[in-house]
Ligand binder design. Sequence first.
Ligand code: 6R9
Length: 633
Amino acid sequence: MKEHTISSFEDYKKVYQKSIEEPEDFWADYAKTFDWHEPWDKVQSGSFEEGNVKWFEGGKLNIVENCLDRHLEERGDKTAFIFEPNQPDALKRTISYETLHEEVCKFANVLESKGIKKGDRVAIYMAMTPEIAIAALACARIGAVHSIVFAGFSAQSLADRIQDCDAKMLITNDGLRRGNKLVPLKEISDEALENCPTIESVIVCQHADNEIEWEEGRDEWWHLLMRNVSKEHEAVAMDAEDPLFILYTSGSTGKPKGQVHTCGGYMVYTSYTLRNVFQIEEDDVYWCTADAGWITGHSYIIYGPLLNGVSGIIFESTPTYPDPGRLWEVVEKYDVTHFYTAPTAIRALMKEDIDYVHRYDLSSLKVLGTVGEPINEEAWHWYDEEIGNGECPIVDTWWQTETAGIMISPLAGVTPTKPGFATLPLPGIEPALLDDEGNEITETKGQGNLVISNPWPGVTRGIWGNHERYMDTYFNKFPGYYLTGDGCRRDEDGYYRITGRVDDVLNVSGHRLGTAEIEDAIDDHKKVVESAVVGYPHDVKGEGVFAFTICNQDIDDPETFKEEINDLITETISPIAKAGKVQIVSGLPKTRSGKIMRRVLRKVAAGEADDLGDISTLLNPEVVEEIRAGEAF
Ligand code: 6R9
């Protein structure tokens, strides 16, 4: 795997320089290592100003051939996935590249037999088992656009996502178990589908064996459809810029946005970043603990590892089931070499008895990674010392659903690290910091809005069905740049430290949540007139949800009120968005144009109400005193 892998810091600087000076040559060189049906005519075209960036236009390929078929000769017997189910003592299941190829071909034939064609959208709402990867890859093989919906989302969230892209088919399980909890996926799907007329068929993969209802003519069992299906399937040649998948993510306003990623650029970018950031080698065992329902799972459980011919783990359970030693038990069990998780998991496990770590032999580990939110220095050091024994480089990887892959991160063992810093950009990525007026901060040391100045192969190609929203969210505010929505500091060495979102997006345990979505859910409560949600510092989740609510009557029993609000949030979004704190207020601080001044609420929520800054422009400064004096529950 040495080719196209940067091996020293000197090498990084050289490659980086070339990638910025000659981006087309740089990416074309790497893109050539894949199998293409037809070469591209143009490496890159379009611009951020126009919102029409394209890569490898005219090229034809199928990403699944590059994930699977390409490896069969050399790596047919090699393990593609090890499945670690919820129950630690369940039988071990490993899937070779050859078997995975067979299963994907079979399921591709099933999809085609159900009338799914290139360009159709297929929603996937499934447990973390190899079948979620098989379902996604089978879609990609026939050119259908998959839209994976995280299995922790509610019926309404699932319905919203299906309706937004007019999905024709839903693939789900009877249910899933995480820890002691059963999530009845089929039942939730049935509820969602009451309002989804575009869904013609539902394929149910048997897993939790819970009781389910059945709609004849619509529902079919995965295992029955897979009987007597041919193992041969010819992959559909896709244009490089054909959509590969849609993945919904929260923004500061409105409903979640369907980010569109395309076949060619996504393939090139996820593959390159995995290989370089993790410095992966042929015999490594790579474990990303994310869920396939998030971008991290798409890029670094499914596509990135398979594109590199790596063995990966699919983990169904939670870090604390049956006890807080589970992750380390799995590392020992499979001799994991590369471990990639979220800071929130590290913070939660740090609080437990250290014996849960010491019980296991972690000496197989070579590289540790984090993603999803800023990592505090204490957690960084604990990870380094207790898990990595001071010997494993930590890669703090900054990126987003919109970027497809890692953007700013150390390359393991290559880039000198600093705790809390995502360090330096990957080759091909030119970050910049802008002040609020859009002026670029030219000094090395500075702080501002993190933007990216040049197109890279993984940049989101659109918001499904809404070009205007795409332009407004990412490109119109500072023309010529891609706007990340994150604040960032750059130190004297040019190292980047992400400080968190500067917009109304919360990051709770690494999950992106829009304040507007949560407020909409709370406002459905009959006693609530208006609400405003902000984040507050939380020592495990990073950020918790703090809801200020205006009510139309007295609330006698605050605990019940909070529960009711949280039930509404769970029903409309997901339990991950539940409010940790609620405060009843008589008014919300508003600017003269009627916008809620969240800055003030954030200060109150953080317990820093003595330092509210300038509030003279408020329409109703009198509410501030009341809010400051009030109490949350
Ligand atoms: C991959 C993923 C994106 C947002 C992003 C930022 C935060 C991600 C981070 C980080 C600090 C890191 N974020 N990685 N903040 N350090 N290493 O998480 O995608 O779910 O779209 O979230 O997460 O705020 O803007 P997504």
